[in-house]
Design a protein around this ligand. Structure first.
Ligand SMILES: [Fe+2]
Length: 227
């Protein structure tokens, strides 16, 4: 994935969040040089992988399959220094861009439309073979229980949210024609290195082609603390 695409995505997301009056913490705007000189006081940001996360999942078609998000808080399973049992992300969701089909073995997450355009989310349950099951199931949408057919797509308008228990296969993105949406994610601890099960072979953190210098480092790129 080209660094110029990552830089542009971060700029667009930061501008959109500002326009939506969603303020990011100061470290969202630290430069790579500031990170080089950063000490152990920023260990929580490094170790819990807080901050920018931009990926095309190795597909090379970022307009269609990709994600630009910012992790605001998180814990680490089994690590007494980071005992938070919850996580929060904010996702920049342009029209027509989706994350690939995936589920989580451990994480339960609420996907929240925090304003802007609509979100379309398509759902299945994962069967014992970790593939999409043919069974219908019930799910909570904005506190209301509803029945969902396998592969059904639901529309989340601003203010709506959906609770995805573990092993719910999901794919969501902005609905074309409705504008960019700001998506919140509130969840149990998020382990993006080992708790994402994609239905195709994909890379959660693809390699980068450095065609220009990074404006801001991604959450998996922070250097170790300087001493
Ligand atoms: Fe997810």
């Amino acid at each position: 994935m080209k660094r110029s695409v990552i830089n542009r995505a971060i700029c667009e997301a930061a501008q959109f969040f500002a326009r939506m009056n969603f303020a990011l913490p100061e470290f969202a705007f630290w430069s790579p040089e500031q990170w080089q000189n950063g000490g152990p006081e920023a260990d929580e940001i490094r170790d819990c992988m807080l901050g920018w996360d931009v990926t095309d999942f190795g597909v090379g078609d970022f307009q269609r399959i990709g994600r630009t998000l910012f992790t605001l808080r998180n814990g680490v399973h089994g690590e007494p220094r980071y005992p938070k049992v919850y996580a929060e992300k904010i996702i920049y969701n342009p029209e027509g861009q989706r994350a690939p089909l995936h589920f989580h073995q451990s994480k339960m997450e609420d996907i929240i439309n925090r304003g802007g355009g609509n979100i379309l989310i398509t759902l299945w349950q994962a069967g014992p073979d970790n593939q999409a099951s043919e069974e219908g199931f019930s799910i909570s949408v904005s506190g209301l229980r509803r029945e969902v057919a396998p592969g059904q797509t639901l529309r989340l308008e601003p203010g709506d949210s959906i609770c995805l228990p573990p092993r719910t296969i999901h794919q969501f993105g902005g609905e074309e024609g409705t504008g960019v949406s700001m998506t919140g994610e509130v969840s149990s601890v998020c382990d993006d290195r080992s708790d994402n099960f994609f239905l195709e072979k994909l890379e959660r953190f693809p390699k980068h082609e450095e065609d220009e210098p990074p404006l801001h480092l991604l959450c998996n790129e922070y250097p170790p603390a300087s001493t």
